[in-house]
Ligand binder design. Structure first.
Ligand code: NDP
Length: 240
């Protein structure tokens, strides 16, 4: 596929696996990241994929960042909205800042990136947007009203934008990962993680590459009839 792709949060964890999978498909990939320059440099050394730093929660930064990718690599055909953070806590202990920051980055980032790229995709008659939601946006999770609300919002955002893109060749889909072995999950206390894994029918955490394969499927030319859909990749932990 000779396409230009941006993967937000594309320099480590699930995002790194997605960046590599899209490169393997033949895309020219730009991996965005939020601030960890050291990990971004190591990623570029490992993969040869250029990294671009901007905050996806910042509207103007997304417009400028996407314009700079387009200048260097060409018009953007594929966006994978993968960047995400957690700021967990039960409601009584969650600050407004923790609520707002998760909404700003996890959900606002999808809006900002779509505003920067959707019009171009529609005008050229081909595009792919893949949004990374979460099992916790589908099922809810104790101590995560901010994260669950943002991820649930991503699933609604996906279905609404899919309707706007459909007749212009732009598909919009989501993936809802279960628990995947990345830095984000490494931050979960071991005792809690043990209980989580016990509830996964497949009996293990998922691998980032398993999410990336789902993204690659949605991005393919022959997935043009798949839009507004959510693919759950969760080891059977949540089924509906
Ligand atoms: P990681 O914490 O391992 O990586 C997060 C990535 O997002 C990093 O590249 C980080 O950049 C980037 N990022 C964070 N904030 C911003 C920002 N404001 N602007 C741009 N980039 C930013 O996360 P995972 O790989 O675990 O998760 C990836 C996605 O998958 C997230 O949306 C997450 O919610 C979702 N998910 C993950 C699950 C899991 O079990 N791991 C389960 C379900 C969903 P930097 O390196 O600069 O900090």
């Amino acid at each position: 596929m000779n396409r230009v792709a941006i993967v937000t949060g594309g320099t480590r964890g699930i995002g790194e696996a997605i960046s590599v999978a899209l490169k393997e498909l033949g895309c020219k990939v730009a991996a965005n990241y939020g601030g960890n320059d050291e990990k971004a440099r190591a990623f570029t050394d490992r993969t040869g994929i250029p990294a671009f730093r901007w905050d996806v929660g910042d509207h103007q930064a997304c417009l400028d960042g996407c314009a700079s990718v387009a200048d260097q690599l060409g018009p953007v055909d594929i966006v994978v909205n993968n960047a995400g953070i957690t700021r967990d806590g039960v409601l009584s202990k969650m600050s407004f800042e923790d609520w707002n920051e998760v909404m700003r980055i996890n959900l606002g980032g999808c809006f900002n990136m779509a505003k920067a790229t959707f019009g171009g995709m529609r005008g050229r008659g081909w595009g792919r947007i893949v949004n990374i939601g979460s099992i916790n946006g589908q099922a809810g999770q104790y101590g995560q009203v901010n994260y669950a609300a943002a991820k649930s919002g991503i699933h609604g955002f996906t279905k609404a934008l899919a309707q706007e893109g459909a007749k212009y060749g732009v598909t919009v889909n989501a993936i809802a990962p279960g628990y995947i072995d990345t830095d984000m999950v490494a931050a979960v206390p071991a005792a809690v993680l043990e209980k989580i894994v016990a509830k996964i029918p497949v009996g293990r955490l998922g691998y980032a590459e398993e999410i990336a394969r789902g993204v690659a499927f949605f991005c393919n030319d022959d997935a043009g009839f798949v839009t507004g859909s959510t693919l759950s990749i969760n080891g059977g932990q949540h089924m509906y």
